[in-house]
Write a protein that binds this ligand. Sequence first.
Ligand SMILES: [Zn+2]
Length: 296
Amino acid sequence: MKNNRNCKICDQSNLKIKYHVAICKNCGVHLFYPYPEDDEEIFSKNKYTKDNIAVSENRSETQSRQRDYLSKSGDLNISNFKRMINYTIPKSKNKEMIKILDYGGGSGQFAKICKIIFPNSEIYITDLYDEKLLDDFKIYNNQIKFNEFKNNDLKFDFIFLNDVFEHLSNPTNVLKILNQKLKNKDSKIFIDTPKIFWIYDFFSFLNLGIYRKILNGTIDQDHQQIWTKKSFHLAIKKSNLIVEKYEEVTEFTQPADFYLDAMKIKNISIRLLGKIFYLLAPIIARNKIISVLRNN
Ligand SMILES: [Zn+2]
């Protein structure tokens, strides 16, 4: 993937390079460019990407970063997780012993909320960085070590990719693997991932300085692609899956300051404008895709 000069989603050679981002003129996806090393390579060399602030080579430091992240996002996580669970799993499954996989589940907090809504569910977790699973949430999760995941023969009723699809170096390959792990034709995969919306075009015309900060804050070695409706649907089709539900929603996982800091915006008036935007976002911006997929 690293030396590929075509769009890694639609395969067309129509990339416009702007700073550290390749914008595909065909499918619209925004990609970190040049492409970073593949996840498999990072995993096999036991390396951490430069921009991945969530992990460190020291396990207790990784755990403390996870806890720090959750201390800011916990409140939003409860409502966001509840929405995605109810969007994907029918209430009728409440009495069944369903198997759920939290793919790329990090700290494992999702399982705690899921267990409250579906107490009969059995929740599994796997993550490129096994050590992100917090001791506090271990009791809610059955951990499958990442290096054992591909050959593990468990099948699942529901697989969740919550804020994961933008991180994958090869998203269609991962979906093909997950497709093989669905239990039956009623089984589903849920995806929640950021999308391009009007502020990108708006600031690319109006103010290149702010535009660059937006690109810096949303696309990096860790967040490798930000989707458009077209590129998302193409990726799903390439993975032999069918989009059963698709919606564009307003969703934040952290308070406004977190994003303004990530964009390195220091000017007080621009920060204030950013906070006003954050508050108005439910009316004026759809920054996320939520979608449920099923087997073809
Ligand atoms: Zn493309």
